[in-house]
Design a protein around this ligand. Structure first.
Ligand SMILES: Nc1nc2c(c(=O)[nH]1)N[C@H]1C(S)=C(S)[C@@H](COP(=O)(O)OP(=O)(O)OC[C@H]3O[C@@H](n4cnc5c(N)ncnc54)[C@H](O)[C@@H]3O)O[C@H]1N2
Ligand code: MOO
Length: 420
């Protein structure tokens, strides 16, 4: 009997993401790097703004409908002017050529630029003052428009240069700047609360092993999840909370967190133990459970719920990750990060992982979706990192990410690869 709400992780994520809408916008934001655009960037001018040269060379016009193959290599042709980037183009005299530098404006009437190395240059003498050139044989091979970047060939004034939903990284920052903008409308940062639960957890800063009894462990999930959030520049520094296994305390913590954040991520307490309070608390605060348990390893007990915030009329996801460190880490990447991307307003929020081929497959077959730690072994290739199960965080430290195999799979791939 199939007792799972969804057969595969992708469907479960889609269902949880469905009611989510991007967070509010912020106008005139000046600190754009890493932010998600909430409106288009429109070109204020043609790009390029004029016909410009893509090479250092000589701008010429074929005077009659002749082919460049008819250029005479023995002719001494006077250089009648120079087109220097930052200055307007000189007039073109049709008995000569214009020396032009990369980025310089192509004078009206010129139909191509022939690169300097296809010429023999005679240094400037008194007359003509800019010297002369002769063509080398290669010049004969040029065609109309060669080495000219045409006005508006990249984009015309008034057209959309960037669309909303794009994350501003280096290239986008350059695009925005080239159209004269120093501010833009972006989505505000996503507010994330991370709540670790469990009485066995001690502070991760507990450095002395002597004073840490063996029934206590350091809270490694907290820095793991905090670091995963740092891969998203549009997420505000997450609020980190630790709550003991006390239902009242936990319920209040989740309610407070959901009121002040866009998403709440919990680890631990989602399974079937007497002290696993997350499922009951999620229901008690009025959140709708979308799934609890998926056909997945590790992370089978994972919980996904939607809290409808009456104050803001927004849907806020609650992701209950299993406490085991491997399950929590993979679950956060697979489930929480795409939801955060959607909340952030990222256009392509659905994970589009690269794929890898496995060097070797083991003999084991699983009847569940199987997230398996791998280490890259070459371009597009990976090897399995064999660990001792979902508690073996140490083996995860040797991995670059994980692949996801569907049930009963036993071939080398290609498999979707989710990197850390
Ligand atoms: N009877 C059943 N028991 C369990 C089932 C089941 O189906 N039936 N599922 C198992 C699976 S699979 C998982 S995964 C775990 C999930 O359990 P919980 O989410 O309730 O997590 P906890 O019990 O709180 O912790 C599990 C494990 O992880 C350690 N942990 C917890 N938090 C942290 C942290 N912040 N940093 C480091 N380590 C952490 C914790 O000490 C436990 O060892 O349930 C199975 N049981
Ligand atoms: O499914 Mo659990 O995450 O393996 O221990």
């Amino acid at each position: 009997m199939n007792h799972y709400a969804f057969d595969c992780p992708g469907d479960a994520i889609a269902a949880l993401a469905e009611p989510l809408t991007p967070v509010d916008v912020e106008h005139d934001c000046g600190n754009l790097l890493g932010r998600v655009l909430a409106g288009p960037i429109i070109a204020d001018r043609d790009n390029p703004a004029a016909d410009v040269s893509a090479m250092d060379g000589y701008a010429i016009a074929m005077r009659r409908p002749v082919e460049s193959s008819e250029l005479h290599c023995n002719d001494e042709i006077p250089v009648t002017g120079e087109s220097i980037p930052g200055s307007p183009a000189p007039d073109f005299a049709d008995f000569g050529v214009i020396r032009i530098f990369t980025g310089g404006m192509v004078p009206a009437g010129c139909d191509r630029v022939i690169q300097r190395e296809y010429t023999i240059e005679t240094p400037a003498a008194k007359s003509p003052p800019l010297g002369t050139i002769r063509w080398r044989a290669e010049a004969k091979l040029t065609r109309p428009a060669d080495n000219i970047r045409g006005r508006a060939e990249n984009i015309g004034a008034g057209e959309q240069a960037l669309s909303s939903g794009v994350v501003v990284r280096g290239p986008q920052a350059g695009v925005i700047a080239s159209f004269g903008l120093t501010t833009a409308t972006v989505h505000r940062l996503v507010r994330v609360a991370i709540i670790t639960t469990g009485d066995e957890l001690d502070d991760v800063n507990h450095t002395s092993n002597e004073s840490l009894p063996p029934w206590k462990i350091r809270n490694s999930n907290a820095p793991t999840l905090q670091s995963l959030m740092a891969t998203r520049p549009y997420v505000a520094s997450p609020t980190m909370l630790h709550v003991p296994d006390d239902p009242e305390h936990l319920q209040k913590a989740v309610l407070d967190a959901i009121a002040a954040h866009d998403i709440v991520i919990l680890t631990g307490g989602v399974s079937m133990g007497d002290h696993d309070y997350v499922p009951a608390i999620t229901a008690a605060i009025g959140a709708k459970t979308i799934f609890h348990k998926l056909p997945l390893r590790p992370g089978k007990p994972i919980l996904g719920a939607i809290y409808q915030d009456a104050d803001t009329s927004t849907a806020k996801p609650i992701v209950g990750l299993p406490g085991n460190p491997v399950s929590a880490t993979m679950g956060a990447v697979r489930f929480a990060l795409p939801l955060i991307d959607k909340l952030a307003g990222v256009m392509h929020w659905q994970a589009t992982p690269q794929s890898v081929m496995l060097d070797e497959i083991g003999p084991k077959i699983l009847h569940l979706h199987w997230m398996r730690a791998v280490r890259m072994s070459g371009p597009g290739r990976a090897e399995l990192v064999v660990g001792k199960g979902s508690g073996d965080l140490v083996s995860l430290g040797a991995s670059d990410g994980f692949i996801e195999m569907p049930p009963n799979a036993n071939h080398p791939g290609p498999w979707p690869f989710f990197s850390w």
